[in-house]
Design a protein. Sequence first.
Length: 138
Amino acid sequence: MKSFRKELWFTIPTRRGFLNITPQVDDCLRESGISEGLCLVNAMHITASVFVNDDERGLHQDLEVWLEKLAPYEPVAQYRHNIGEDNADAHLKRSIMGREVIVAVTKGKLDFGPWEQIFYGEFDGRRKKRVLVKIIGE
């Protein structure tokens, strides 16, 4: 069995945003030389997420609205975490959206269902953050 590890770095210029990182993960898979196995993609920051969904603008806008209803940014004073910080909502949004995804690798390709893509979700951006890609298999 082989193992491959690579860090991807992203800077989202706004506080929140979604980025389709499927092409970068595909590049990692090609670089790994693994044709059968599993691919883990993991946000390495507590205010960011990795998730699988459709790459459709309306859906992304719906996710933004939904997340803001569940964990609104303001009023900042509503959160106990926000003593000296203003990112408690980002921690909650990450908890909702998840830390990582695992995608099967079959015949050298990410084995997705229809419309599935891998996204990086940023909830406290404007700085450089990393995503771990770990691929194991043969």
